[in-house]
Design a protein around this ligand. Structure first.
Ligand code: CP3
Length: 342
């Protein structure tokens, strides 16, 4: 069934549990590395033909039930006025990190068609190719996760500058959150309009915050995005990691599917989240590198915890890592389908 992913997101019965993997296009695949040998990551994102090709690689190779647009959460930073690059071995580098009230004042609330038209073109192209075969997921980064890159200038372990701004200058912090949430809201809406059949909000690093700070500094802004997106009618996946203490707050902020990382047993997450949302998750990505017997036991455990309830999208608890064996990914897709065939 081509739409079992969308049906599971809507908590409807499915013929088998749908599977896709966060970061399913990437360096663990030889086909991706072959394209990367000749193009930078940003070139792939900015040329719709290349983005299409890379988006389709895991569909062809693994038989996953959803495609995720090939792009990156950082792309909107450039038209906002904060250009960056992906430096080899270092990850993202923001050329001029945003740290003062004046820096934040200078950031633009860009219209998606202006600086991100290439993403919308890629979506239209991919939809034409996949129509009626595999649903397409669009995505964006959430305000805290984007702010952490903007302020720290790259990846960070303690988010020290980010939290300093949040705690010491709450007004300035909220003005940054307001700009980011408006950019992300418009961008995701434009993705849906261009043809994305589902969108995922990646709040990958929000688990660095306590529940109290999540409520005070983050939740209203995430809610601004998600409540608006819910009115488009497409499923909205709300994802974060290290969120064991935040799940109910994330659900209240919005989203029709809640992404759960591997630290929380999925039956507990389902019980805490209640019947109003679907869940996505939650295999530890490193189990893909474990002996096959342990891998299948952990997949079984997740499926047992779900217990055949409607509203489960099988995924990892976070993205695939570069050293992951492709055959293990393929094994999980087939195994979940076989085990859950109804
Ligand atoms: O899931 C997919 O297949 C779609 C493509 C996708 C990419 N990035 C491409 C990419 C998605 C959904 C993302 C999201 C993303 N990007 C997140 C949130 C998801 C998560 O994993 O938490 C974050 C935090 C980023 C920011 C980012 N982009 C970082 C930190 C890095 C460097 C990581 C590294 O391992 O070097 C990137 C680069 C990036 N984005 C790659 C890919 C496939 C690395 C591959 C390459 O250099 O070719």
């Amino acid at each position: 069934m081509w739409d079992r992913f969308l049906r599971a997101c809507r908590r409807e019965p499915v013929d088998a549990t749908p599977v896709w993997f966060m970061r399913q296009a990437g360096r663990y695949m030889a086909e991706y590395r072959a394209i990367r040998a000749n193009h930078t990551l940003l070139e792939i994102c900015k040329q719709p033909e290349l983005a299409l090709e890379v988006t389709l690689q895991p569909i062809k190779k693994l038989g996953v039930d959803a495609a995720i647009l090939f792009a990156d959460i950082l792309l909107p930073l450039e038209p906002m006025g904060a250009p960056f690059e992906f430096a080899a071995g270092e990850g993202p580098v923001i050329h001029k990190p945003v740290r003062s009230a004046a820096d934040i004042e200078a950031l633009r609330i860009c219209q998606p068609e202006e600086g991100l038209g290439y993403v919308l073109d890629a979506i239209r192209l991919i939809r034409r190719e996949l129509d009626g075969k595999t649903p397409l997921i669009g995505f964006a980064g959430a305000p805290f996760t984007l702010a952490s890159y903007l302020i720290e200038g790259g990846k960070s372990s303690h988010y020290a500058r980010t939290k300093k701004l949040m705690y010491q200058e709450p007004k300035v912090w909220h003005s940054l959150m307001h700009k980011l949430s408006e950019v992300v809201r418009l961008y995701l809406r434009a993705q849906v309009q261009a043809g994305a059949q589902c969108v995922q909000l990646f709040d990958s690093w929000v688990g660095a915050l306590s529940p109290l700070d999540y409520v005070a500094f983050i939740q209203p802004h995430v809610s601004h995005i998600l409540k608006d997106l819910e009115t488009t009618g497409v499923p909205v996946i709300h994802f974060g990691t290290d969120t064991a203490t935040l799940l109910e707050l994330q659900r209240d902020a919005g989203g029709t599917v809640i992404g759960v990382d591997w630290r929380t047993p999925l039956d507990q997450a389902i019980q805490r989240l209640g019947d109003g949302v679907a869940v996505q998750g939650n295999l530890d990505p490193l189990l893909l590198d474990a002996p096959r017997e342990l891998l299948s036991a952990r997949v079984d455990d997740i499926l047992t915890r779900v217990g055949g309830r409607n509203g489960h999208v099988f995924n990892l608890g976070h993205g695939i890592l570069p050293e992951t064996p492709v055959d293990a990914c393929k094994f999980v897709v087939d195994y979940v389908h076989e085990r859950t065939a109804r």
